[in-house]
Design a protein around this ligand. Sequence first.
Ligand SMILES: Nc1nc2c(ncn2[C@@H]2O[C@H](COP(=O)(O)OP(=O)(O)OP(=O)(O)O)[C@@H](O)[C@H]2O)c(=O)[nH]1
Ligand SMILES: [Mg+2]
Ligand SMILES: [Zn+2]
Length: 316
Amino acid sequence: MSLTHAGRIVEGTGGQWRVHTESGDTVVASMRGRLKQGREDDGGIHKLAVGDRVTIEEADGGSWAISAIAARGSVLARREPGGRHGERVLAANVDQVVCVFAAAHPDPHERMLDRFLVIAEANELHARVVVNKVELVGEEVVRARFKPYADAGYPVHCVSVKAKIGLDEVHEALAARASVVTGPSGVGKSSLLNAMYPGLDLRVGEVSESVNKGRHTTVGAFLHPLPDGGAIIDTPGLREVGLWGLPPENLGACFPEFRAALGLCRFADCVHVAEPGCSVQAAVGTSVTRARFESYAHLHAELVKDAAARGATGRR
Ligand SMILES: Nc1nc2c(ncn2[C@@H]2O[C@H](COP(=O)(O)OP(=O)(O)OP(=O)(O)O)[C@@H](O)[C@H]2O)c(=O)[nH]1
Ligand SMILES: [Mg+2]
Ligand SMILES: [Zn+2]
């Protein structure tokens, strides 16, 4: 019988996975043939993701093979990019999603933040917002701009890696949890992690023209185990974040500030877009901002279109 170890996927490229074992070593392993041949629809996991818990065993010639993948406690998943069908798991077994944006350079894009937050809510993950580079515009401007998110219940952290503002607060928020750090390219995700965890040495890019050309500094997700049992996962910047598989009627509950109004609409099947007697629409301007409502309406239309396309082709 060969020796097996429990471990966690920390990085993966081209069929080779780096696995952090319980004894603290990191080894390179490949998927066992038997696992690769499994069918997508039999309930098993056949596409590994960073964060997956696996069993590895020593194969011939001293190499390592992944022989089992544990059921996932949670995932952060989005639609396959580039208009393709299917789901792409960005990270597995995470407790919270840290959405990083920049106060400027690149300018924050609230519609994109709303997508990240909906994905976190749909996956039942805690989410927090980190706004980096606050030294460029000042904290007050940032607080005002992100007030709808704080009002909706999301912690909003104003930080500057450059001016060393707010780093302790974020550090504390990441302690003893498995956090996935996500956001557009060039906002300083890797810089922030390097500042909080010296020795991590993640690659940091020049924001200059690279953001517009879509060249990303971080190319794959990377899990860094923390000594306190937690972990952080750095991910490459995302340009598009498609929602995947969320029934349109569940979208309202993914906006925390809508929840008090849900169920109070005149029609039980109200989708809160243009119906009369809708309590969500009635809250626009008070507990719901127009921008967040518009994000909702936009995403709702997208999900309806998606569900119809899937129904027509029979594809998941
Ligand atoms: N002005 C300012 N610039 C910063 C700050 N933090 C990071 N930067 C710069 O922002 C640029 C992008 O930083 P990265 O850490 O590579 O950004 P990223 O989000 O990891 O980008 P991707 O890996 O491409 O997704 C670098 O030039 C950093 O030096 C900050 O607090 N203020
Ligand atoms: Mg990066
Ligand atoms: Zn309604």
